[in-house]
Design a protein. Sequence first.
Lengths: 115, 115
Amino acid sequence: EAQVTQNPRYLITVTGKKLTVTCSQNMNHEYMSWYRQDPGLGLRQIYYSMNVEVTDKGDVPEGYKVSRKEKRNFPLILESPSPNQTSLYFCASSPRTWATKNIQYFGAGTRLSVL
Amino acid sequence: SQQGEEDPQALSIQEGENATMNCSYKTSINNLQWYRQNSGRGLVHLILIRSNEREKHSGRLRVTLDTSKKSSSLLITASRAADTASYFCATKANAGGTSYGKLTFGQGTILTVHP
């Protein structure tokens, strides 16, 4: 089944404790992206990647890191989480970056609480 | 920054009625997409309309695009309780520069359909 898989689905952690949220897609998509969703703010893009070893900042990259060593994986790293990073996070992938069609396929989400 | 702005923020209707949601955006776009999100779940793509199209249909969905007004509307006809969800518009800017491949989401409209 074609899908984007995020892990973990729920995570409670403490300030300053490094964590990684994994994202994997099995659709051979070039484009992958991370978003955070907060009440009243909609979805905001954190980082995106147009292919292996190609990543770039989105609208709210501060406090996050990403890597794209393999096409299928795009982990989101919080080196020193803070309470303002408590949010619902989504990974998404897309088959094209330059064609008119840029439909994104979303994972189920990771709900993160930083205490 | 969020480009898409949905209106209304919340909509409550009875089953069988039509639901109309609007989206406005600010910059030139390549295409505009509508996504649906069930509570706390990942977004699911509904329909894409290109900048040179004015109307598109998919089942009970009808999307219009007015590039002169920088606005789009999503109409769900004969709504069902199962249509209860949040609906987001997302715009893809014209290719080039740092907006390459990026989707910008609005804040969403919460639709509640009462049985």
